[in-house]
Design a protein around this ligand. Sequence first.
Ligand code: KG4
Length: 338
Amino acid sequence: MSTTILGIESSCDDTSAAVISDGILRSNVIAGQKVHEQFGGVVPELASRAHQQNILPVVSEALRQAGVTASDLDAVAFTRGPGLLGSLLVGTSFAKGMAIGLDIPTIDVNHLHGHVLSHFIKETEDQEVPEFPYICLLISGGNSQIILVRSPFDMEILGSTIDDAAGEAFDKCAKVMGLPYPGGPHIDRLATEGDADAFKFAKPHIPGFDYSFSGLKTSFLYTVRDNLKVEPDFIEKRKADLAASLQKTIIDILLDKLAKAVKETKVKAVAIGGGVSANSGVRKAIEVFCDNRRIKAWIPKRAFTTDNAAMVAIAGYFKFLKGEFCSLDMPPYSKVEV
Ligand code: KG4
């Protein structure tokens, strides 16, 4: 008998639904929200409303593409947090309503847990997945973490950012350059044409495996501000060099702590996840990092780096196999699990 799970993701500004049958991905539908572009960042109130408009068509399309009907589902998994509360409420309430209607269980998924498990999204039967233990570098708009993954449910956070996340460093510096939100992909594109050694930005000196990106952000801001005083078209003329140097510094900071963690834990594989793992410089640097150490690099497909329901469905599938369900009175949480 097959097991079919519907995953729903609505933690920020992407409405997504995916279907996984017996561990194999059957569909992954994502509707982005253009409404935020004009504001230079996600507007929570508008995000919730857009989720409300998108969720039914997105779920229907995911079922259609998977070739299943609602009555084929065994459980509905949904992102319970962390994220924007109004956005999470849409997905959570929809999942619960659907599960009640179908008389099937709901499964709550931690969004970050989903990102870490994105390497287990199989599109074919014979697709390889990581062996445990491995280190996951989770780099997104809200988090930068080094996680020791011992099993799908046994994860230890070795280090986290103490201020900004890597994605925030990309986005905030991009904003200084007048680039649209989110700035990460724009920096990525510009960096390919620039000299990565043109500018030197501050790197943190903090002990352990924790990250810090706020010093880099400040030094980037000062570099731009000081140069603008003498050269009004500084940003326009040097944007590729600024982007390349910024990207290189972020990668150096990420790899510095990762190297320490790999050395200490002696793991034989490193995986990356989260929106920033879409960055071409980061992807290349991780390949080289792992090649040099003769360990395996797990680089996710770009579609599974940013917010997607496939990762929610696979995390839900693992929980289903363990019989871990959630009660209908469990509320979503914005930051810390309640
Ligand atoms: O994982 P994600 O979609 O959202 C969170 O859960 O936080 O990550 C979004 C972040 C944004 O900061 C965005 O700028 C960054 O991922 N990002 C990138 C790239 N694509 C997305 N950063 C650098 N290069 C990219 N290609």
